[in-house]
Ligand binder design. Structure first.
Ligand SMILES: [Fe+2]
Length: 326
């Protein structure tokens, strides 16, 4: 087995605004500042970077230089198709001119993916959806959601596109809101280079079992990436991975291991008030405990318990392996 690689969204090392702290939770940082901080995390190999690059006007070469200094690679590029211009949607915007601009921005992001030799273009269509009853023609917006992604995937067959589904926020309802709906869309588009990026937190606050969602996406050959974090299950809190739902996180990783899914274990956390480097280190330490626990897990006994749907028997085996390693 190759050494497990850890990654993080570069936004983990940025500072944030919200509707309360409109002056931000810290001094603004550029993407270069964020890369320098990411470099201080003990065991981080790759980052997912927003495009365009935030906090200044930087070329791909500038970013590469900063990454090389910290020995970091790029796992994905996330085009910002959720900013003010796209507040009524990127793929589903009622204005075809805005839809075209979303397409053009993602096409530029594709070139960045090629430049950095990254694994995927990450699509997070957070503004594609609706807020009120009767606001949209549901058939039209769903068709546009699929057409927009399908066009990009067919124009760039050399690249992988991942859709990160999420139930809501910023839109009250997102079109790609769940594993099942996202798979339906991807299968309908019918191209091999579109997959799911499964965000553990999005799955659980959407009422899913992330382990079951992962199995479903894997069964369809569509699990292309993953993010981890945690939340209280009512909102996308993006707290530290393992802080609230360790046993479910363990089951999620167990499903990945059982299916020989190999890929980066990527953090999508928002440390509003915490030190971003310490937060990332803490999460990765926890993920390493999970890695050890997976080795300790008595898989034979677990399969036996599962074959009988023996809840307590299975939990005992899982808890024993996890809690002795934390
Ligand atoms: Fe999130």
């Amino acid at each position: 087995m190759t050494k497990q690689k850890f990654g993080a969204g570069i936004w983990h090392f940025a500072t944030y605004l919200d509707r309360y702290a409109t002056d931000g939770y810290g001094e603004p940082r550029s993407v270069l500042d964020a890369i320098a901080l990411a470099g201080k995390v003990r065991d981080l190999s790759v980052v997912d970077i927003n495009y365009p690059y935030f906090g200044g006007s930087f070329s791909n070469e500038d970013i590469k230089k900063a990454l090389d200094k910290e020995s970091l690679g790029v796992i994905g590029i996330t085009p910002e198709i959720y900013t003010r211009e796209f507040s009524k949607g990127a793929f589903t915007n009622p204005d075809p001119g805005v839809r075209r601009r979303a397409h053009d921005l993602i096409t530029e992001a594709c070139d960045a993916v090629r430049y950095f030799n990254a694994s995927y273009v990450k699509l997070w269509p957070g503004q594609d959806g609706w807020d009120y009853p009767f606001q949209v023609d549901h058939g039209v917006v769903w068709k546009n959601s699929m057409d927009g992604v399908g066009q990009l995937a067919s124009e760039n067959p050399d690249l992988k596109f991942v859709i990160e589904y999420k139930p809501r926020e910023p839109r009250v309802h997102m079109n790609y809101d769940s594993v099942a709906r996202t798979l339906l869309g991807i299968e309908k588009i019918g191209l091999p280079n579109i997959g799911i990026l499964l965000d553990f937190g999005h799955a659980i606050y959407g009422g899913e079992s992330a382990a079951d969602s992962a199995q479903l996406a894997i069964d369809y050959g569509r699990l292309f990436g993953m993010d981890v974090n945690d939340n209280y299950r009512s909102w996308d809190d993006d707290l530290v991975a393992g802080s609230l739902h360790p046993i479910e996180l363990f089951e999620f990783f167990y499903v990945l291991k059982k299916n020989n899914w190999e890929g980066v274990w990527n953090l999508d956390q928002f440390p509003f008030r915490e030190d971003s480097v310490e937060t990332a280190d803490h999460a990765i330490d926890f993920l390493k405990s999970i890695e050890k626990a997976l080795e300790d897990l008595d898989i034979e006994a677990l399969s036996e318990a599962q074959s009988k749907h023996d809840a307590i028997g299975a939990l005992k085996i899982a808890q024993k392996a996890l809690f002795k390693n934390i």
